[in-house]
Design a protein around this ligand. Structure first.
Ligand code: CA2
Length: 145
């Protein structure tokens, strides 16, 4: 079971700024922890990050036929991108939406997710630990009876 973890705009800055919102763990640390945890639970994890909407869509398209599922922190594109939503819808793979922060406890513009209706579920508000929770959720989904 191959899982793509896709991170969107500005998440390459994790651990360097705004630790009170996003924590002090770097994206590289999160990626390494996800690969390690994935191995423990029987998932092969690949990670990618881009600040560009089109590149994120290309990653989603490339996942077709190769990946069993996708975990996406689409960053601010979550709240704006019909194109990302269409890409998620088009690939017919289970996709879990993830956020480090609880977007509903923040500004009103973060309360709307364009991608939520086409995702399997959402994990948010648990910081970096959310990525491991999402891997557990994806494993449970892929191995459900
Ligand atoms: O909570 C999340 O994971 C978000 O997806 C993060 C996005 C934000 O636009 C979403 O509403 C919620 C922002 C990512 C910015 O990441 C930074 C990391 C360090 C320093 C500055 C920004």
């Amino acid at each position: 079971m191959q899982i793509l973890i896709l991170n969107g705009p500005n998440l390459n800055l994790l651990g360097t700024r705004e630790p009170e919102i996003y924590g002090s763990t770097t994206l590289a640390d999160i990626a390494a922890a996800c690969v390690e945890y994935g191995t423990q639970i029987g998932l092969t994890v690949q990670c990618a990050q881009s600040n560009a909407e089109g590149a994120l869509i290309d990653h989603l398209h490339d996942a077709r036929g190769k990946m069993s599922g996708v975990i996406i922190n689409a960053g601010a594109y979550t709240h704006t991108s019909v194109a990302l939503r269409d890409a998620i819808s088009a690939i017919s793979l289970p996709v879990i939406e993830l956020h480090l922060s609880n977007t509903h406890a923040r500004e009103a513009f973060r309360h709307v997710s364009m991608i939520a209706p086409v995702c399997l579920g959402i994990i948010q508000g648990f910081g970096a630990a959310g990525y491991m929770l999402a891997l557990d959720a994806m494993k449970a989904h892929l191995t459900r009876v």
